[in-house]
Ligand binder design. Structure first.
Ligand code: GAP
Length: 460
């Protein structure tokens, strides 16, 4: 596995996130709960900014794209139609000695040190590999596995007051189905003509049994998904467009293109015509950041079959009736957050030998757009006046504790792009010093110009 050239390791990111209020372990005071994480005051701002940037690019600025916010709990027939009830599963094995549960594909990948790609193998081939190579339990070292069994990843719950199986419902494992089932509702109410898109940001849940690697893989996460409905024959062109759009979005967020690559799927789902991921060079190595899929007309056809409702589109110009193809673009908000954190993280040697940790977020993504730092506590009134005015427009941090150097370091660590220092001259001439996070250069500007100076820089 290739090493990431930046200095961000998963351990450093986890520690920084915990100490700076970005992300905490879930249910920490009870000893935590595997693969769950809570966003703190800084993290929730960063994640909201990521979601806002995505929505702006894929809904607000996209011609003919419309948003929805569908229910997490859907009619269970939805999951039969989508195929999740029958086959949304991981190949799992249990160690009969220590009871550890593992995924067969992960065991093979680890055993072959990445040389064998289990995604391209059938279940029988995986079983053969594990037996032939006597792949041992990573926990206790024994080779005494149950045969591979499929483990459905959907979380079940029950509706109503009894536990009868007829009441079983699921927490959605993807947001996409909320877009598909609303295809006609959106088309009619938005008076949309094919091609058009439906987008959604929302929670999804998967009973993942593999180690999460921080927020890379969690059991509860947010997805940002966009389904583009188009006519068969135009689908591959739009597939290429979405690959480009997804790539450019990441570059505009400040990603180095050397840390990104396309990876075509080795094994296509039965209904898919084309599918690829954009992979990012995470601290754990190259891994999927987002997916782009040509899903043909599978989803709408299946919902037509299972719901009995006609899901066809009537072209108002040609009077032609057809079931649109779908190009799906899907990215996890939390996984993108991890990539953004990893990409932003830097350790810089300073003159005098000190090292500063600095997060070089795109200013639109940073939690706070500026920090107000009175040089001394008795400048607090003036500093508060400026703070109270600026916070009407964007998130502002206020810090008067400790030396100015320490306060700069704290803001660098959470990636605040501008530090505004209030000194005694401010009282005389209404000017402040603005320090740039990345260059550490300082300029003197008028308080009256501060708002627009910052608004200009933080646009995405
Ligand atoms: N509707 C298509 C779909 O859900 P997917 O590849 O299973 O496709 C899409 O998921 C994206 O959701 C992934 O590329 C990843 O960014 C994110 N994702 C999937 N499972 C996740 C998990 N357990 N934790 C965090 N993010 C996840």
């Amino acid at each position: 596995m290739e090493e990431k050239k930046s200095c961000a390791t998963m351990e450093k990111l986890v520690n920084l996130c915990k100490s700076r209020g970005i992300i905490f372990p879930g249910s920490e005071i009870y000893g935590g709960m595997g693969n769950t994480w809570d966003y703190g005051p800084v993290g929730v701002e960063i994640k909201n900014n990521i979601k806002r940037a995505w929505w702006k690019r894929f809904v607000q600025e996209s011609a003919n794209s419309f948003g929805v916010d569908a229910a997490i709990l859907m009619n269970p027939r939805v999951w039969e139609a989508s195929g999740h009830t029958a086959s949304f599963s991981d190949p799992k094995m249990d160690c009969k000695e220590c009871k550890m549960r593992a995924r067969a594909d992960n065991l093979i990948e680890a055993h072959s040190k990445g040389a064998v790609n289990p995604d391209a193998m059938s279940q029988e081939e995986m079983q053969e590999y594990i037996n032939e190579h006597q792949v041992r339990c990573p926990n206790c070292g024994n080779f005494n596995w149950t045969p591979i069994r499929n483990f459905n990843l959907m979380f079940q719950t029950s509706r109503g007051v009894t536990d009868e199986s007829t009441n079983v419902i699921y927490l959605r494992p993807e947001t996409a189905q909320g877009e598909f089932v609303n295809f006609l509702n959106v088309q009619r109410t938005a008076r949309a003509k094919v091609p058009f898109g439906i987008a959604q940001i929302g929670k999804a849940f998967r009973n993942e049994i593999t180690p999460g690697n921080f927020i890379f893989r969690t059991i509860e996460f947010e997805q940002m998904e966009h389904q583009w409905f188009c006519k068969e024959g135009t689908d591959q062109e739009y597939y290429a467009d979405f690959k480009e759009k997804a790539w450019n979005f990441l570059l505009d967020l400040g990603f180095d293109q050397n840390h990104l690559r396309f990876k075509d799927h080795d094994k296509l789902a039965l209904y898919a015509k084309s599918a690829c991921d954009i992979q990012y060079l995470f601290p754990i190595g190259w891994s999927e950041l987002n997916g782009i899929h040509n899903r043909t007309n599978y989803d709408l056809s299946r919902h037509e079959e299972y719901s009995g409702k006609n899901m066809m589109y009537l072209d108002p110009v040609t009077n032609e009736k057809y079931t649109p193809y779908v190009i799906e673009y899907s990215i996890g908000a939390d996984r993108l957050m991890l990539a953004v954190l990893s990409e932003a993280y830097d350790e810089e040697k300073l003159e005098g030998g000190d090292t500063r940790v600095v997060m070089h977020f795109h200013p639109s993504i940073a939690a706070y757009k500026c920090a107000i730092l009175p040089l001394q506590k008795n400048l607090g009134d003036k500093a508060k006046e400026i703070y109270n005015e600026l916070k009407k427009y964007f998130m502002v941090s206020y810090d008067e504790a400790g030396s100015i150097g320490k306060r700069y370091r704290r803001q660098d660590e959470i990636g605040t792009p501008y530090c505004v220092t209030i000194d005694f001259d401010t009282l005389e001439d209404n000017t402040v010093t603005v320090r740039d996070r990345d260059t550490m250069e300082q300029v003197r500007i008028k308080v009256a110009d501060l708002k627009n100076f910052i608004l200009d820089k933080i646009a995405f």
